[in-house]
Design a protein around this ligand. Structure first.
Ligand SMILES: [Mg+2]
Length: 292
């Protein structure tokens, strides 16, 4: 259930339908060189690829300088709508990874772009979400107005009250569009799972009978916005992520290459990534080899 990833209560060893990662890695070895050699842009997932919690993962500290040396453009993409790109910049800098805020594309920003397209600049919004989402929407020129909202924007809100759910449901019943930053069902925490944005979205969808437009992974919009910002073409771009259900599906939907960091097993009905690597450090080694 992690961001729509691993099946709860099923380990890969218990389920014969799971393809074991070691085999997939070996398949990737045969096919990977041309694919890696052709890459000009990488979209890199943050949680599970660059860091877990507050700890950087293997390769995270070297990624930016190595990609720069290889002439590979990059952007960091995250479904997390609770923080601004500037806050992610500070978090990464604290781990010794210097990035520009502009290099981080969150589902909030992709949501702002989408809302501007469908409802126009300056549209009135009812927002269920945390400060990061509110700030991005206000900076984008939208106006918060629960009573007269044209769009209800829903993201993860760890201070959610029943009254916020009421406001969102009423606005939708008055005809507002329903847009979700992401539909991650659960948040992985040390002691298990907390309700994710998807759980809040489900409460509103259940009440109103209206399904939202979802912006974040596994939908392609977040990746499309990041690619547009880089000016990258689909043919020479790929996403690096740790979750088949979110990252690999989104990459497929966006029409770019897909690279799985092997923490999530690939199930029988799930899309196979173009390449599976052990971690980001492994990918950087392979990119250097492929570039000679
Ligand atoms: Mg991830």
């Amino acid at each position: 259930m992690r961001e729509g990833g691993k099946r709860q209560g099923v380990s890969d060893a218990d389920d014969p339908g799971f393809i074991h990662l070691r085999e997939v890695v070996l398949m990737g070895d045969d096919m990977g060189q041309d694919f890696l050699g052709s890459l000009r842009a990488l979209l890199i997932d943050l949680d599970g690829v660059m860091y877990r919690g507050d700890a950087p993962l293997a390769g995270a500290l070297d990624a930016v300088p190595i990609l720069d040396t290889l002439g590979i453009q990059h952007a960091f993409v995250t479904n997390n709508a609770t923080q601004t790109p500037e806050q992610f910049q500070v978090k990464l800098a604290g781990m010794g990874v210097p990035v520009e805020a502009r290099d981080v594309v969150t589902s909030s920003e992709a949501t702002a772009l989408y809302v501007r397209r469908v409802a126009g600049p300056g549209a009135r919004l009812c927002i269920v979400g945390e400060d990061g989402l509110r700030q991005v929407m206000l900076q984008a020129g939208f106006v918060i107005d629960d009573e007269d909202a044209a769009v209800v924007v829903v993201g993860l809100d760890r201070h959610l009250t029943y009254q916020r759910l009421v406001a969102a449901c009423q606005a939708i019943q008055r005809g507002a569009r329903f847009v979700a930053t992401n539909a991650d069902r659960a948040l992985p925490v040390e002691e298990g799972w907390w309700p994710g944005a998807g759980a809040i979205v489900a409460a509103i969808a259940t009440t109103t009978g209206v399904q939202p437009t979802v912006i974040g992974k596994p939908e392609p919009t977040l990746l499309t916005v990041a690619l547009e910002r880089l000016g990258a073409d689909l043919q020479h771009s790929a996403i690096v992520g740790d979750q088949v259900q979110a990252d690999i599906r989104a990459g497929r939907a966006a029409g770019i290459g897909t690279i799985l960091v092997a923490s999530d097993p690939v199930g029988p009905d799930e899309p196979m990534p173009d390449l599976v690597v052990r971690d980001l450090a492994d990918l950087l080694d392979r990119l250097r080899t492929a570039r000679g």
